[in-house]
Design a protein around this ligand. Structure first.
Ligand code: ADP
Length: 484
């Protein structure tokens, strides 16, 4: 933590482990570096009473915030955006230290996270309603859009900054207040960006973070509290189901960005070099720990050997290690449970007949070697489950029909990727894939300007783009009568 120049970014951090803070473990949350296992420090947690109080303060703050003009909100958000970019190097280091991704990727995340603030600063001014041609002579009809009120969010550890800004920025732009709970593994990045929001002029009560040693406690309060009007969640489908059910009790507006199981498809007419580059980008970003990472590869018979050769040649170039070291492209996984799951999936696949063509060697700590598996079948756990690690299972296919059936054979529907040069096939396959996002001859699809989100058990609602702000707005219909 010594290398962070702007010390205000660490204001949430208590003293490191051996200090008096550890005497009261229940009230503190230790944050560790997954690359080294070293404790970075701890932050103090909130009691249930603190969380209720934060929600009540949030409701008061929202009432005055909703009266501000869109331009006033946009000005503050623009300042916040600029502060993230001004502190990009420090924020990236904090991400790498607590999350593990390589520094270059962490810098990319800061810019990506900041881009949502800039985008929604602009969208704040465009929350147009409609005037509607009336159905009788004496009436005039219109709609206005208004903020939903107090919005809450629960975010994951894999993008500790971008997942906060992708939710908080549209909420504030729309005129909502925001109470977020970052992932317990990566709170420091979240508290750092919120500190910058305060420096940009966001009132403290309007944008708050809370954290508790048991995420369930925060989830219960957010979902069941009647003051809270909205919950936005990014995380696993398992937890998404729980939160959706809990929100039913108060009929709360909900957005769910959940797990994925992205197919990565290469047809016989694809440009193989482009496909390999896309496969590396899509599979190995964040060591395979993104919900839109390619999870299973389908390669056409005619190009199978060529793809495998080139893909493996690119995979062996990846460098595993501490994300702070120059040249490292694959950092550690987030914790032992994640590593054990990935190793278990590889072992089970091999026991069922899969072949390791590259990788698969033991690594100490939380590191997993980038691994390619062939002779994989559709029924293996490694194809059915979200891997969340740097492992690519490859399946061979020969017809488009068989391919579409296998690609859609999952409860998930977040992202899919395919490579082809045939315009007819491109349209047919793009329309047939049951996914919220499809990369066509492209493995990196995330951007603030396009709608991010899934279908099926990958969730509902869209983030970013013009759709993103609607998640925090209600449409009110006004009917003007008695007009002569
Ligand atoms: P991941 O597999 O990415 O860790 P999770 O769904 O477990 O995904 O976690 C995503 C976020 O949800 C984190 O902030 C985590 O603390 C939180 N979380 C986990 N379980 C619950 C729960 N039962 N209720 C509310 N939040 C939860």
């Amino acid at each position: 933590m010594e290398m962070i120049k702007n010390r205000s970014l660490l204001s949430a951090l208590c003293e490191p482990a051996n200090s008096a803070h550890t005497a009261n473990l229940a009230a503190n949350l230790a944050v560790t570096n997954p690359a080294t296992g070293e404790e970075l420090g701890c932050i103090s947690t909130d009691s249930e009473a603190d969380i209720y109080a934060a929600i009540e303060r949030s409701a008061v703050a929202q009432k005055s915030w909703q009266k501000t003009s869109a331009k006033e909100r946009a000005t503050i958000l623009h300042r916040w955006y600029q502060l993230l970019m001004d502190n990009q190097a420090d924020l990236a280091r904090i991400i790498t230290l607590e999350q593990g991704k390589p520094l270059a990727e962490a810098e990319g995340e800061v810019a990506y996270g900041a881009s949502f603030i800039e985008w929604f600063a602009e969208e704040a001014k465009r929350t147009y309603g409609d005037t509607i041609p009336g159905h009788t002579r004496d009436r005039r009809l219109m709609t206005i859009k208004q903020p939903v009120g107090v919005a809450t969010a629960i975010t994951p550890w894999n993008f500790p900054i971008a997942m906060i800004t992708r939710k908080a920025a549209p909420a504030l732009a729309a005129g909502c207040s925001f109470v977020g709970k970052p992932a317990n593994q990566t709170p420091l990045s979240a508290y750092a960006v919120v500190e910058l929001a305060y420096q940009a002029g966001v009132p403290k009560e309007l944008l708050q973070l809370v954290i508790h040693n048991s995420p369930e406690v925060v989830g219960q309060i957010f979902c069941k509290n009647e003051i809270v009007r909205k919950l936005s969640f990014t995380g696993s489908t398992r937890v998404g189901r729980i939160l959706t059910a809990q929100c039913a009790e108060t009929v709360k507006r909900v957005s769910m960005e959940l797990g994925g199981n992205a197919p990565f498809i290469v047809f016989d007419d694809a440009d193989i070099d482009t496909a390999v580059a896309g496969a590396i980008a899509s599979k190995f970003r964040n060591a395979g720990q993104t919900c839109i990472c390619a999870n299973r590869f389908y390669i056409h018979d005619a190009v199978y050997d060529q793809f495998i050769d080139k893909f493996c040649a690119a995979v062996v170039q990846l460098k595993v290690g501490n994300g702070l070291e120059p040249g490292v492209t694959i950092g550690p996984l987030i914790n032992h449970a994640a590593k054990n799951k990935v190793l278990r999936l590889i072992e089970a696949a091999v026991a069922e007949g899969a072949r390791i063509v590259t990788g698969g060697n033991h690594r100490d700590g939380l590191f997993v070697e980038p691994t390619v598996l062939t002779d994989v079948s559709q029924t293996m756990g490694i194809v059915r489950e979200e891997i969340f690690g740097p492992v690519a299972p490859v399946i061979r296919f020969s017809t488009d029909e068989e391919l579409i059936t296998m690609a859609n054979d999952t409860i998930y529907g977040l992202a899919a990727y395919f490579y082809s040069r045939d315009i007819g096939r491109i349209w047919t396959v793009a329309e047939a894939l049951e996914y919220g996002m499809v990369g066509i001859n492209e493995g990196s699809i995330s951007t603030d300007v396009a709608p991010f989100g899934g279908i099926k058990q990958s969730g509902f609602g869209r983030e970013g783009a013009k759709e993103g702000i609607d998640e925090y707005l209600e449409v009110k219909y006004l009917c003007f009568g008695g007009i002569r």
